[in-house]
Design a protein around this ligand. Structure first.
Ligand code: FAD
Length: 454
């Protein structure tokens, strides 16, 4: 090792007692054996770690909330992991409607703190996800139809580049990089240590609902939900969750940025379908809505899982819904699931080329995952997820970079659509040697390696 630059911050090596915990991620399927973790306390620690990795030719990954869903994104065998999770401060400027947020904070801590101050921001629906990773990939949430994606709300960032230099990114300084950070995905351009986001006042009260049906009504509920949800009042964000048949959950939930009486009316098409076993509607504060919405989510999951995701621009026909049901019947992990979230509204009013996030003409988002507990069951579940993607392919468009699928070969097009070429040019400018390089990273424009010619 070359000791020209010293690692600073909290440094954890394999023989240290903190190492076993340091290498744990939300999805245990993504855990590997890095040679060192740097828990940065400030931006200089990040810069030193980048320089050290270059001098010693060690592969580098960056990490914040540990919720990467696929292998090799935020941790790699034999590499250095620069982890920003100790950097969790934030400040709020209500007068100018902005918040400056360090990258290591988690969604739950941030949205709750903001809600207590009467502020609403689209920081996601799962409390333990890291702001560091979710924000640059897009960041989809139940209030995206009103407030846009998280990435639409990024005004500025501080980032450590591939040379270990600290860059300010905003509309005046490095504006091409700002464009890329609004949807270009984590890990590609540098380590972000803080973001500046737009914030907006929260409504005093919001409507919430939950409807549960018997699982065997999944087909008709999916069909009704997909016809109703894209065109319902855009203040209503709604999800549909259909778990594996052995789990048996079939549920829709939503947040309406308006009064309960209106919400009751709006969800009638949904409560009229099948025979719901639970219909719950209420009017609460935003903070209470966040508590209601938050899934029962641990910091680390006990089950392995593999994922795929996509966008839906046209209603999925019966054949596609049957493929979804087939997946849920075959998936034998209790957490295996199909998840739907309506889009439209503010999210679709941004042009595809205005930010790096391309998918702006969608009716809704879908993701599906297969979970398992015995390591030997991995391939079977990967195949099931992949087979379902092949069956759904005629009815879906692209994929969500924050819910990546390593089976997607032309990932550049699938994650970034027509913005991929421009993202490669930004990469060429800020990381021409492709130092920030991982399994599905954005290659520099000149770099014609086998995996990036799409
Ligand atoms: C339980 C669960 C719930 C989820 N819910 C949502 C949701 O509601 N909405 C949604 O949009 N997504 C959701 N996701 C997906 C989530 O957006 C991605 O997994 C996201 O990448 C996680 O970010 P992280 O910081 O927690 O993860 P990490 O594993 O720390 O990082 C994930 C990726 O981001 C990069 N990255 C991390 N930190 C930085 C940084 N400081 N600078 C630059 N790059 C960085 C990493 O290199 C890696 O590529 C969910 C995921 C899980 C597991």
């Amino acid at each position: 090792m070359n000791y020209k630059t010293k690692l600073t911050g909290m440094v954890v090596y394999p023989n240290d007692p903190e190492y076993p915990q340091a290498r744990m991620n939300w999805n245990p399927f993504t855990n590997t054996f890095p040679i060192v973790f740097v828990f940065a306390q400030n931006t200089e620690d990040v810069a030193n770690a980048v320089k050290w990795a270059r001098e010693n030719d060690v592969p580098l990954r960056m990490r914040s909330g540990r919720h990467a869903l696929a292998k090799d994104f935020s941790q790699t065998d034999g590499g250095i992991v620069i982890d920003t999770s100790h950097m969790r401060n934030f400040t709020v400027d209500k007068v100018n409607g902005i918040a400056e947020v360090q990258a290591g904070i988690r969604v739950g801590q941030l949205v709750r703190a903001l809600a207590k101050e009467g502020i609403m921001a689209p920081f996601g629906d799962s409390s333990t996800v890291g702001i560091g990773g979710i924000s640059t990939g897009g960041g989809i949430t139940a209030i995206q139809r009103t407030a846009g994606l998280i990435s639409d709300n990024i005004l500025a960032a501080t980032i450590v580049d591939a040379c270990g230099e600290i860059l300010q990114v905003n509309k005046d300084e490095n504006p091409d990089l700002l464009w890329a950070l609004r949807g270009g995905g984590g890990g590609n351009f540098g380590i972000i240590t803080s973001y500046t986001f737009t914030i907006r006042p929260a409504p005093y009260q919001v409507g919430i609902y939950e409807v549960v049906w018997p699982w065997n009504q999944s087909e008709e509920v999916i069909d009704e939900w997909q016809r109703w949800s894209p065109s319902v009042d855009e203040r209503l964000g709604t999800i549909l969750e259909v778990n594996s048949k052995i789990n048996g959950l079939l549920r829709s939930r939503g947040i309406y940025l308006g009064p309960k009486a209106e919400l009751e009316e709006l969800i009638t098409p949904l409560t009229d379908v099948g025979s719901p076993i639970k219909v719950f509607i209420d009017e609460v504060t935003l903070l209470e809505a966040i508590e209601f919405w938050e899934p029962d989510e641990p910091l680390f999951d006990t089950q392995y899982s593999t994922w795929s995701s996509s966008w839906v621009e046209q209603t999925i026909p019966e054949e596609g819904i049957k493929a979804i049901i087939n997946f849920l019947e075959k998936a034998d992990g209790s957490e295996s699931n199909f998840f739907f979230l309506n889009s439209g509204g503010a999210m679709n009013r941004v042009s595809p080329e205005d930010t790096a996030f391309f998918w702006r003409n969608t009716k809704y988002y879908i993701e599906w995952d297969a979970s398992w507990t015995e390591e030997c069951d991995a391939q079977k579940n990967i195949n099931l997820v992949n087979q379902t993607r092949i069956q759904l392919q005629p009815f879906i468009t692209g994929s969500y970079v924050n819910v990546p699928d390593l089976n997607i070969k032309n990932y550049g097009q699938e994650y970034y659509g027509d913005n991929f070429a421009r993202l490669r040019k930004v990469k060429e400018k800020y990381d021409p040697e492709n130092f920030f390089n991982f399994v599905q990273s954005i290659p520099p424009y000149h770099n014609c390696c086998h995996r990036d010619d799409n």
